[in-house]
Design a protein around this ligand. Structure first.
Ligand SMILES: Nc1ncnc2c1ncn2[C@@H]1O[C@H](COP(=O)(O)OP(=O)(O)OP(=O)(O)O)[C@@H](O)[C@H]1O
Ligand SMILES: [Mg+2]
Length: 269
């Protein structure tokens, strides 16, 4: 603790407008404006904000999927310039390979890591079970419901056990029941295998239940408007949901998010 490098992800003065390239601000809509955000090493961080404020853009930038135009993003491995094996993302539209089965999809990242075939299969199968898709190993994405595809995508990402896990509304297509189970599982996985998580959601209670720290983004062009420590402690379970602090935080954060959503609906600032 306290070391200069004791951060998971450091975002400094990042602006982003689509239509530009590396080191050059684009000419289209400004999505992010001078965004600063420090995420601690192995912190579970939730990101909230109105639709279109730049949450996905920020995740893509951290993932290295789109080039940083202005400002800088670094991890413990140094500045982010491209995708890397230390960072994995669950995309908002889950992006499975349609020509691969569930098992092949989940095995993919493990094979790329260079693990022996038998080990890839074992780890993949364990994660398929974890997301409750046991029995669907040989199914293709097109044969699954949206929620099942999303769970397969989550299994694929968790299986590679990255140091930085980026999740873009990963539970958005799940029914309430499955969603609750997945939230508890994710929190458990994170406790067992510590990692820095950035979790984008529109669900305030999901953010409070999962995160140690929550950022609320402004209406577009996005920047971090508020940061709140949940202070709920490491254990999260059914009883968390009735915890007084959980309920109060939910209301407080809901008000802050709503404020930004109202600004967004007025066309930003
Ligand atoms: N590929 C693109 N080309 C041009 N503009 C884009 C592109 N992707 C996103 N944008 C614009 O950038 C802004 C931020 O988009 P982004 O997808 O990051 O928002 P978001 O916060 O993830 O929204 P949501 O909550 O709806 O997923 C939006 O105004 C959007 O119109
Ligand atoms: Mg998005």
């Amino acid at each position: 603790m306290g070391m200069a490098t004791d951060f998971g992800i450091k975002i400094e003065g990042v602006s982003h407008a689509y239509g530009g390239g590396q080191g050059q601000l684009g000419t289209n809509t400004l999505a992010l404006k001078q965004t600063d955000l420090l995420i601690r090493h192995h912190e579970f961080h939730a990101l909230l904000g109105p639709s279109g404020c730049g949450k996905s853009t920020l995740l893509y930038l951290i993932g290295g999927f789109i080039p940083v135009q202005t400002g800088s993003i670094s991890t413990q491995k140094g500045p982010v310039t491209a995708p890397g094996p230390d960072r994995s993302i669950v995309f908002q539209n889950f992006a499975l390979f349609p020509w691969k089965t569930v098992l092949e999809n989940v095995m993919y990242g493990l094979q790329k890591k260079g693990l022996p075939e038998v080990e890839c299969r074992d780890i993949a199968q364990a994660h398929i079970k974890l997301v409750q898709l046991g029995g669907f190993e040989q199914a293709y994405p097109s044969q699954l419901s949206g929620g099942m595809q999303q769970r397969a995508a989550i299994a694929r990402t968790l299986a590679v056990d990255p140091d930085i896990l980026l999740m873009d509304e990963p539970f958005g297509a799940l029914d309430a029941q499955t969603r609750r189970v997945m939230q508890e599982e994710l929190r458990m996985i994170w406790k067992k295998r510590p990692k820095t998580v950035v979790f984008v959601t529109h669900d305030v209670h999901e953010a409070v239940f999962l995160a140690d720290r929550i950022s609320i983004m402004s209406a577009r062009p996005g920047r971090i408007e508020h940061q709140i420590d949940t202070g709920l402690g490491p254990e999260r379970d059914e009883s968390t949901l009735t915890d007084r602090r959980f309920v109060e935080l939910g209301e407080q954060i809901w008000r802050l998010v709503r404020e930004q959503a109202v600004l967004a609906s007025r066309g930003g600032l």
